[in-house]
Design a protein around this ligand. Structure first.
Ligand SMILES: [Zn+2]
Length: 464
């Protein structure tokens, strides 16, 4: 970018601002790290020295926000660190992410928040931090919530774990409300789930693996609805996997309860049949979609018991997957998040029972969302992008009009091709890890450019 003008003009794109349902062709002008203008005449406001980038054929929208990622920093940086994680985000079209606090040590005190914030200054994207609800995420004693709020966390969560003591959760919600912080929860009842490692159903029985029943999630979703109602604290149920959870949230939201839910691409794309081998999965769920979208594309082959399909909460049945999609369509689930969870090959290449839960997600998230929700005709681009921009920004109360295109607001912008067909490969990643279950999957739609604070932080090699 020219230093004298400090202006960047994206020309000829299709501009979408989900917050206002805006969807028009035009130009978008960024100046001095702020959004200066957008629309058919925005180009006229650019100075002659402005850097111009032709984005014809591309979608231009507010920078995508993922409020659920694990960058493993501090303490588990063999898996990922805040810089490699941020590179994944940039490559995935995300300009802002929220790091979960289940690090080593846990982010349960202002010192660790400050450490991560300091490291994140060198990151390519905006890295926000979630603080823990309880000390060391142990679920026994409340974390110093006031101090965490002062240190600048944007939300509270014990993600990876779940506070089992309902009174402790209630008190934590009351404190969160006092400090204006939203609460996010990984919904898992330990007494029902025990050692469960995949969905409790036909396939777990067939494969001889311990089951993680849907009720283990639904029970805590119900608990959170009651506590949101009692305390008035907004509670966000993370990575919803079960049909019953979607139904509970839908009913509660109808009554005006401050409860919300998110869906992760793997839960609305895959089912537990993948753990029995991919051909089974394709036969039951994926074949029709693949035929329609990727005529002739080769389908990936995975052996049974592959640990890339082990995540928490687990992949569930085709009915659950459909319910999550329906929840996204009718607005019950307002937010899409990756739960980007890197693990090294050494850790993942173990027997199913001993491998850790979790998969990479940031670099395939937009493509999977487009493939499953836009290209199937379930949602318009405006509706889909709201779940990746203004909805998470509103829930987190982010400053600077993030998640929207607002003149004078943050100059965070994502540019993507909604139709490009490509194949995801596990080695083509900025992550330190390779646990991508979508290896060799044909996908439709991918990011082309990521702009943070008015600067291009990542761009796909041309030709796009
Ligand atoms: Zn989780």
């Amino acid at each position: 970018m020219s230093e004298s003008a400090n202006e960047l003009l994206l020309t000829g794109g299709r501009i979408i601002n989900p917050a206002t349902q805006y969807d028009q062709p035009g130009d978008l002008l960024l100046r001095q790290g702020r959004l200066a203008a957008f629309g058919p005449d925005a180009g006229r406001e650019a100075s002659p020295e402005a850097q111009r980038i032709d984005v014809a054929g591309q979608i231009v929208c507010p920078g995508l926000i993922d409020l659920h990622v694990h960058f493993r920093d501090p303490g588990q940086t063999r898996k990922e660190n805040v810089l490699t994680g941020a590179q994944c985000a940039a490559r995935g079209g995300f300009t802002s992410v929220v790091c979960m606090p289940n690090t080593t040590p846990a982010i349960d005190n202002p010192g660790t928040v400050a450490l991560l914030q300091e490291r994140a200054k060198a990151a390519q994207v905006n890295v926000f931090v979630a603080g823990a609800l309880t000390k060391d995420i142990a679920g026994t004693e409340m974390a110093a919530i006031g101090a965490l709020a002062k240190a600048g966390v944007v939300a509270l969560s014990d993600d990876g774990h779940c506070v089992q003591n309902h009174d402790l959760m209630r008190r934590a919600c009351e404190y969160a409300r006092m400090f204006g912080l939203p609460v996010m929860d990984h919904c898992q009842d330990y007494s029902l789930v025990q050692e469960g490692m995949m969905h409790d159903g036909w396939y777990s029985t067939m494969l001889g693996l311990a089951g993680w029943p849907s009720s283990g999630e639904e029970l805590i979703v119900a608990r959170n609805i009651l506590l949101a109602e009692q305390t008035g604290t907004p509670i966000h149920c993370q990575h919803i996997s079960a049909a019953g959870s979607v139904r509970l949230i839908r009913e509660a939201r109808k009554r005006g309860v401050s409860i919300s839910g998110e869906a992760s691409p793997h839960h609305f794309t895959l089912t537990d049949a993948t753990i029995a081998g991919s051909s089974e999965f394709w036969a039951t769920d994926g074949a029709e979609l693949a035929r329609r979208l990727f005529a002739g594309a080769p389908l990936p082959e995975w052996p049974a018991y592959h640990t890339h399909f082990k995540m928490n909460p687990p992949l569930r049945t085709a009915t659950d997957r459909e319910a999550v999609l329906e929840g996204l369509v009718d607005g019950t689930l307002e937010i899409i998040a990756s739960d980007h969870a890197p693990h090294t090959e050494t850790e993942k290449e173990k027997e199913f029972a001993f491998a850790p839960f979790g998969i990479l997600g940031l670099e395939v998230e937009l493509a999977l969302a487009l493939t499953q929700l836009f290209h199937t005709g379930r949602l318009s681009l405006v509706q889909l992008l709201a779940k990746l921009t203004c909805n998470p920004a509103r829930f987190l109360q982010l400053a600077d009009h993030r998640g929207t295109l607002t003149v004078g607001g943050a100059a965070d912008v994502t540019v993507f091709d909604a139709n490009a067909v490509w194949v995801s490969r596990r080695d083509e990643t900025a992550s330190k890890s390779r646990n991508n279950p979508f290896h060799e999957w044909p996908l439709r739609g991918r990011p082309t450019m990521t702009v943070v604070a008015g600067k291009v932080v990542w761009e796909r090699a041309r030709p796009w």
